[in-house]
Design a protein around this ligand. Structure first.
Ligand code: GDP
Ligand code: IMO
Ligand code: MG
Length: 433
């Protein structure tokens, strides 16, 4: 059975967690392949007649499905304190986490990298990225500079000490001399990391092999991205990006599953746009319409609680996501949030200093200057949260989705009409028969 990739089409928080959860028991393995606890996925499920909300940061969303094996792939950076807090929190709520598998090659977020993330942002002042402050950037920087710490290093104390010493020889200079912070002791870091080793050991495996064997047995494997296309370090709005590959290509490098195994790429597109942190955002609204989207869509970060910047949907971004990820299916989420507007604008192209751009401008400066060119579609007022088929949607809501589909260049296979597990309209199956 082939592997399926699920990515965010915009700047994150599109509802990837809900979409993964939706596939539920049809998926045997859910793999997180990039990022770390910068991600925040809110999943709302009905349990014993009550609505329960789960916020996941590091664990793959598949953990809420009892039959699913969650996998943390080699492309992830792991804060071990957060990992165990999240496991304990879920166990306390009756979720079985015992199937979790963690790649021996995944990198570990060392405590000094959390510190460096925060002090670097403060140092940058007005030029800051607006990171989540979780140590993500410095840990990926260490990985590329070949002085990172991997999960497997925790099981060889001698090697771990050498690596921590080598890292701190440099980082302590930076912390003390540039940022005026206290130097970090090698033993302090060793104690913290080794403190997790024995609890972690039984979860650790060659996840690439585990997944290859699963695929050979005919299992369904879902590769779930953190962050999104425009936050990808190569294809996003650099430097206002995260430090990993959140696009479909990253699913292969971050899991060890080869591209020839991937049969589908599902992208999640919010029916409007949001962004957290700094960086260009052409359709951003600064008026009461933006406030309407924030309030109605409850657009406050799952990870940092920051209010999300809001704007209309941008199909230049949508088309770009289709191209970069090779999207076969879109899930359009939060269509319900757009209910009650006289007209719903769709950004179809940009005006960049008097020149029309139908595709993402190649230069970042042009993207910063991009003014959206809108098409206004008539709105709808009916409550759509109870609609379960496309035909039940008001005609104007149907027209909005069909126009989006046309502009982004791939079919819309499902539509979210509320946060709940069942608040979804399915048009085409997301998994191969
Ligand atoms: P992720 O990071 O992509 O997993 O998304 P987040 O969980 O950070 O943000 C998406 C938010 O939208 C969550 O609070 C979801 O419960 C909620 N959500 C997802 N789909 C829908 C939908 O179709 N309608 C509404 N109203 N909320 C949704
Ligand atoms: P999910 O998986 C939205 C943003 C941060 C910041 C930039 C870099 O929930 O969609 P980082 O801490 O990664 O170095 O921050 O990326 N960012 C996200 N924005 N959703 C996310 O994840 C994000 N993860 C990182 O706000 O602008
Ligand atoms: Mg999120």
């Amino acid at each position: 059975m082939p592997a399926i990739v699920l990515v965010g089409a915009q700047w994150g928080d599109e509802g990837k967690g809900k979409a993964t959860d939706l596939m539920g028991s049809d998926v045997d393995y859910v793999v997180k392949f990039n990022g770390g606890n910068n991600a925040g996925h809110t999943i709302v499920i009905d349990k014993d007649g009550k609505r329960e909300k789960f916020a996941l940061h590091l664990l793959p969303s598949g953990i809420l499905t009892p039959t699913c094996t969650p996998v943390i792939g080699n492309g992830v950076v792991i804060d071990l304190a957060v990992l165990f807090q999240e496991i304990d929190g879920l166990e306390a709520r009756g979720v079985d986490t015992s199937k979790l598998v963690v790649s021996a090659n995944a990198h570990v977020i060392a405590p000094y990298n959390r510190t460096l993330d925060k002090v670097t942002e403060r140092f940058l002042g007005s030029r800051k990225i607006g990171t989540t402050g979780r140590g993500i950037g410095p840990t990926y920087a260490d990985k590329m500079a070949r002085n990172g710490i991997r999960v497997q290093d925790l099981f060889d104390e001698k090697i771990l000490r050498q690596k921590v010493e080598a890292a701190l020889a440099f980082k302590n200079q930076v912390l003390a001399k540039i940022y005026n912070r206290r130097a970090v002791e090698v033993d302090e870091v060793m104690d913290e990391l080794l403190g997790y080793a024995e609890r972690l050991r039984p979860m650790v495996a060659d996840t690439s092999l585990v997944l290859e064997e699963a695929l050979a047995r005919g299992s369904n494997v879902l590769l779930e991205a953190g962050q999104a296309t425009l936050l990808d370090v190569d294809h996003g709005t650099y430097p206002f990006v995260t430090s990993s590959n959140a696009t479909a290509g990253g699913a292969c490098t971050g899991s060890g599953i080869p591209p020839t195994r991937v049969s589908r790429v599902i992208a999640i597109l919010k029916a409007y746009s949001t962004r957290v942190g700094e960086g260009p955002f052409p359709t951003e609204l600064f008026d009461d319409k933006g406030e309407f989207l924030r309030k109605t869509g409850a657009e406050y970060g799952t990870t940092t609680g920051r209010p999300r910047r809001c704007g209309w949907v941008d199909t230049v971004v949508g088309r770009y996501a289709t191209r970069i990820n090779g999207v076969t299916d879109f899930v359009v989420t939060k269509l319900d949030v757009l209910t009650g507007l006289d007209t719903v604008p769709i950004c179809v192209a940009y005006d960049v200093d008097g020149v029309r751009h139908d595709q993402m401008p190649v230069n970042q400066t042009d993207f910063h200057h991009a003014k959206p060119i809108y098409e206004e579609l008539p709105g709808w007022w009916e409550d759509i949260s109870t609609c379960r088929t496309f035909e039940e949607l008001p005609a104007n809501a149907q027209a909005y989705v069909l126009r989006l589909e046309e502009l982004i260049g791939a079919r819309v296979s499902a539509i979210g009409v509320g946060p709940g597990r069942d608040e979804i309209i399915s048009r085409h199956p997301l998994l191969d028969a």
